[in-house]
Design a protein around this ligand. Structure first.
Ligand code: TYD
Ligand code: MG
Length: 466
């Protein structure tokens, strides 16, 4: 018999190496490369029986009937929004997230909601004992629903169980990292096992028409394979996120073959599980102190929905040779860029100052449209002049100091107006602005205009020197 071939696989990204090394060249993670016996698995190479001769398939034209993907809707609006309008039958969805963030809670609530609507849902728990799952179901008031529980980790046994009765509408596997298949020889939790198990579950989804949700823990230390190793195999990838110490959670779509990406669903974790947050802006603006300098409200967009958040800046003279730059909820390089533009084009010198930037409520912003709000907050903090409390900011700053228009200006303004804001500062030449607007719109063409507006005369113009 041939010696089993040993390979070294990165548990974070799945890159394969022939020998061990400390750092993965593919994803840059340390200590994630683990020796695995990668023989076997699906399509496990020539040793798996005699080669079969290929069979020709029909070639099809691009035009033809298109069927609208049939979906099952949970009725939990924030969940349905993130999945693109419901879970598509026969599709496989991966829900990733840090341990303890609330994945099992979310899925138990979704399972209960679907079950109440008459769908058959099977919850496969490989992680927790039956009693634990029941306890959670009780706490979530889901214990009286017809959700069926299966405490099993062997994929072949799970598939045999599912084949016994009527086809379920949804199968939830919590979590994919606990599954193991006879087809792979590696230990449970390794890349080979996780991939094989995921592949078998996805094949079951396609063949039976049942939707499958796979839960994947995000891992930092590489002891078990991360969800990234199955991202390419599934139809949709959602991440469940939250900031430590905050109660709200965001379900973010990063891939969806049947709907838009960049969508978010917002929830709040409470004593009886997750509660939907229909208006996230109210939550993120909840505890603002509008009179303090250094706080600017940013009118942002998350997918198709506007979200207002407060950006807080603190600028203070530094005692250190290299001043501190600390950012929570935004991009560090982006902050460096805004600081450089303020310095070069507006005479705002912050090279002797510590700069702290925080997005309130633990929210994360990835849009460049936040540049203008960040600049306003920084200048406000430096000059000690508070910004008008009823004003929102958005716009992208270019390296030349010009303020560039961003998409969805009308939607951002509408949301701000709805929440009682009456002024806005935005890029000149913004497209799609409504003609008549109750809001006072202040257009800025370049960053120095904003600085003059915020700080008045307290910061000298660049030509006067500083
Ligand atoms: P859980 O869904 O088990 O997280 P995951 O499956 O992502 O690991 O949720 C874990 C946390 O949520 C746990 O610390 C307790 C908390 N929680 C609540 O605050 N309220 C609730 O109603 C439930 C069920 C859990
Ligand atoms: Mg869990």
């Amino acid at each position: 018999m041939a010696k089993p071939k040993l390979t070294f696989i990165c548990q974070a990204c799945g890159a394969v190496y022939t020998r061990w090394q400390g750092k993965c060249d593919a994803c840059g993670e340390w200590n994630t490369i683990v020796e695995e016996n990668a023989s076997g698995g699906i399509g496990g190479g020539p040793q798996r029986g005699a080669r079969r001769k290929g069979r020709p398939s029909a070639l099809l034209p691009l035009s033809g009937e298109i069927e609208e993907a049939p979906r099952v809707v949970t009725g939990i609006a924030e969940f349905d929004r993130a999945t693109g309008g419901g879970i598509v039958r026969g599709s496989a969805i991966l829900i990733g997230g840090d341990p303890g963030i609330g994945k099992s809670t979310l899925l138990m609530q979704a399972a209960a909601a679907l079950s109440r609507r008459g769908h058959r849902v099977v919850y496969v728990s490989g992680e927790e004992a039956v009693a634990q799952v029941r306890l959670r179901a009780q706490r979530l008031a889901a214990a009286d629903t017809a959700v069926e529980l299966l405490a099993e980790t062997n994929v072949e046994d799970i598939l045999a169980t599912l084949a016994e009765a009527r086809r379920p509408d949804l199968v939830i596997v919590d979590s994919i990292q606990t599954l193991w298949s006879d087809a792979a020889e590696a230990a449970p939790g390794t890349v080979t096992q996780v991939r094989t198990a995921a592949q078998l579950m996805i094949r079951f989804a396609k063949a039976s028409g049942a939707a499958v949700i796979l839960v994947g823990h995000v891992t930092k230390d590489g002891q078990i394979a991360g969800p990234r190793v199955v991202e390419h195999m599934v139809d949709a990838v959602l991440y469940f996120e939250g900031e430590g110490g905050h109660h709200f959670r965001i379900l973010r779509t990063v891939k969806n073959r049947f709907g838009p990406t960049d969508e978010i669903g917002v929830f709040e974790m409470g004593g009886e599980g997750l509660r939907e947050v229909a208006n996230p802006s109210e939550l993120f603006l909840g505890e603002r102190n509008a009179k303090a300098p250094g706080a600017a409200v940013f009118a942002g967009m998350e997918g198709t929905r506007p979200v207002l958040v407060e950006i807080q800046a603190l600028v203070a003279p530094s005692a250190l040779g290299t001043p501190r730059r600390a950012v929570v909820g935004w991009d560090q390089p982006r902050l460096a860029m805004v600081l450089a533009v303020l310095d070069a084009h507006c005479g705002v010198r912050l090279s002797q100052h510590d700069v702290y930037l925080n997005v309130a409520g633990g929210f994360r912003i990835s849009e460049p449209a936040a540049d203008l709000a960040v600049a306003a907050a920084l200048v406000s903090s430096l000059s000690g002049a508070p910004l008008p409390p009823d004003c929102v900011y958005f716009g992208e700053i270019s390296l030349s100091g010009a303020v560039r228009p961003v998409a969805h200006a009308a939607q951002r303004l509408k949301e701000a107006e709805k929440l009682g804001f009456s002024r806005s500062v935005l890029p000149a030449a913004s497209a799609d602005l409504p003609k008549s607007h109750a809001m006072r719109v202040g257009e800025v063409e370049a960053l120095p205009d904003l600085v003059a507006q915020v700080a008045g005369g307290s910061i000298p113009r660049p030509e006067e020197g500083a």
